[in-house]
Design a protein around this ligand. Sequence first.
Ligand code: ADP
Length: 526
Amino acid sequence: MSITSTILRAGEAQGGHNLALGVIAVALATAVFYVDTYTDIEGAIAVLYVITMLLAAQATTRIGLLVIAAVCAALTLLSYVVTHGNSADLQSTIRLIVALAALLVTTMLLLKTETARVTLLSINSALKESEARYRSIFDRTRVALWERDYSKLRSYLMDVRAQGVTDIKAHARANPAVVDHCVDLIRVVAANEAAREMLGPESSAAGVLRRSIIRGQEKFLDVLQAIMDGERVFEDKVEVRADNGEDKLVLFSVSFPEDPAAFNRVVVSMVDITQREMALKALAEAQAELTKASKAATVGAMSASLAHELNQPLGAIVVNSQTLLRWLDRDPPDLAAVRRSAERMIRDSQRASEIIQNTRSHLSLSSNKLESVSLDRLVDETMALMEHELQRSGTTVLVDRKPDIPPVSAVKIELQQVLINLITNAIQAMDEAGNPERIIRITMERPDIEHVCIAVRDSGPGITDDAKNKLFAPFFTTKATGMGMGLSICRSTLEARGGKLEGTNHPEGGAIFEMRLLIKPEVEHA
Ligand code: ADP
């Protein structure tokens, strides 16, 4: 009994049955041993141990089988010793060998069978596991899935193809019954929970399939064509109608197996994109509205910019004409001074005309021409333009020139407008603070191979905390008569050419604004 219990497969469901087999096997072994040892029956009785082994094999493991084989062989030898002891003859020895050989062969065959059985069991359980995994993915995924049997449809389409039809759409147009027939050939095997949620509880019924196919017949013909052409994937937007009559736009996708035999289980997925499409449509509409609004804002900004930019040359013209009159009123009139004032007026008028010209071309959206601009010359010309204003406010400009700054490819008047804005702001800030020492430092640098920087630093009070985050916001101003457009326009002007404009307070006092320019702006910026 102790042997039986060790060799029985513990814990198996068929434990009771195994125990019975084990008991019979032990009883049989005992009987064989008794007959072999204590009766006079001549013959290879021990061969009957094979039956014991066959019985035990049903209920034991491989190790158990080896143990039983060893026990049977031991019993056979024991019988032989007890029966023939000292008088062993040739016949009984041959019978012993036959019995032992039978046991050996049986053990080997049983071991082989057991190995095959174990392998089969593990393959089977792996298969079951994968099936369960597939099931759980199919059932639980939030994507609506259908399992459809396309095997009959595929066979039909292959037959049609064999008859020489390659364009199923033309074929279906010529034979209207084809679509209906094809729909009939598809069988819905299963639908998951998400599919039922999307199209309703009836979504696995063939009627739903027919309903959606009839709505999107052209798309269905595309699917047929894809099967016919042996394509592996079909994906498109398709309109389907849910059980409750609601129309949905879905992304329909199906991957066809390589193996024709697997067409009986094709997985079809649908993702509801109705909301997304509606959102995209709303977004496109909003964008169109925004573009319209921003065009209006651009026109507004340009008018504001025009007024702002013209203010400076027009103011200078007024001042110069007053000066000119004063020189004329002298007795005798100082004609050399009159000439100088008149020249300044001409220069400022030309600048005003350039500004108007430039704004005009901005508004007509024609891009200005890039030219090679030397920063040194740009600063000099700008200072000349602002000469009067600088003198009036008692501002000294210190320019830190560097020999290795290359010219930039830019629209000169744009850079000039930005520079004038920065210098004007600096003068106004120092004016407002009533600084006795008014200094503007202009520095130029080449921080890397692609860029150059021009910084304008003043000795004013610096940017207030309140202004820091809003400096570049349109219409932000802290000045009573300010428009708040200057910095905003300057920044967008530079950014349009791949440049940047930043403003901050200098650690040693005053505000510093830095223009960062691309030496060679890329085509898209330009
Ligand atoms: P505006 O000059 O019409 O006010 P800007 O856009 O040129 O418009 O300037 C916006 C604001 O930025 C100014 O009102 C001012 O508060 C601040 N600001 C600009 N430049 C300086 C500067 N150099 N120092 C201090 N504050 C400045």
